[in-house]
Design a protein around this ligand. Structure first.
Ligand code: DX5
Ligand code: ZN
Length: 228
């Protein structure tokens, strides 16, 4: 399993976004871009113009997390602007599978997300078709919240389901990920780790990313040893 670290720019200084992303570029696998519309969640963040600017400022993969009620309108735009991956919350769409196919046709990687209140069963029909499952480990909307350890069970369920079905999606966790929580998620089988406040709030952000990776790699290796 490859560990991927995805700093969330929600906790970055938006006036210095290009520089803050570039500082991390050599040490991260993707940049997580939280798009919020004030409807799906009670917060407003950013959208296509910022993704366009980010695309011009970095070659690092842009992983957009759409916490919005109209992903079918904005997800295609974000791919056209150069984002590599878009993840949406499927319960807002009448036909989420059609949107998955449409986004693939545009050349994007596609993820679906489940909030703390949602069970894996919400997305099992979509999982054979997507590139990533996002298991939220906080209520979507804000950075800096405490990690919901009760959500880790769904990572394990997703790993089991993937094995049973022979599917290939990656598993991302998002919310409250830091040095004290990443090991739980990695042991359960998550491979992609979003971290906002624990990276951008650190005095040495590069060191913070490297420490997250070190802990996730070690926890994943230990979990595999335990399985043997
Ligand atoms: C929350 C966002 C997260 C957020 C995570 O709705 O989806 O990506 O930035 O922030 P931290 O890592 O601070 O919990
Ligand atoms: Zn997010």
């Amino acid at each position: 399993m490859q560990v991927r670290i995805a700093p969330s720019i929600l906790s970055a200084d938006f006036a210095r976004l290009g520089a803050e992303v570039e500082e991390l570029a050599a040490d991260v696998d993707m940049i997580h871009v939280d798009v919020m519309d004030g409807h799906y969640v009670p917060n407003l963040t950013l959208g296509p113009p910022v993704v366009r600017s980010l695309r011009a400022a970095t070659t690092t993969m842009l992983d957009c997390h759409l916490m919005i009620t109209d992903p079918s309108v904005y997800a295609p735009q974000l791919l056209e602007l150069g984002a590599e991956s878009v993840t949406f919350h499927p319960e807002v769409e009448d036909d989420p599978l059609a949107l998955v196919h449409r986004l693939h046709e545009l050349g994007g990687r596609v993820g679906v997300a489940i909030k703390p209140a949602h069970e894996l069963s919400l997305v099992t029909e979509l999982l054979p078709h997507v590139d990533m499952l996002l298991v939220m480990t906080v209520e979507p909307g804000f950075g800096g919240q405490a990690f919901r350890a009760d959500c880790v069970r769904k990572v394990r369920e997703a790993v089991d389901w993937r094995t049973r079905m022979g599917a290939g999606f990656t598993i991302q966790v998002d919310g409250g990920i830091g040095p004290d929580t990443i090991e739980q998620a990695a042991s359960a089988g998550a491979d992609t780790f979003v971290a906002g406040s624990s990276v951008f709030g650190a005095a040495d952000r590069v060191a913070a990313v490297r420490e997250l990776r070190r802990r996730a790699v070690a926890a994943a290796a230990l979990a595999r040893t335990g399985e043997r």
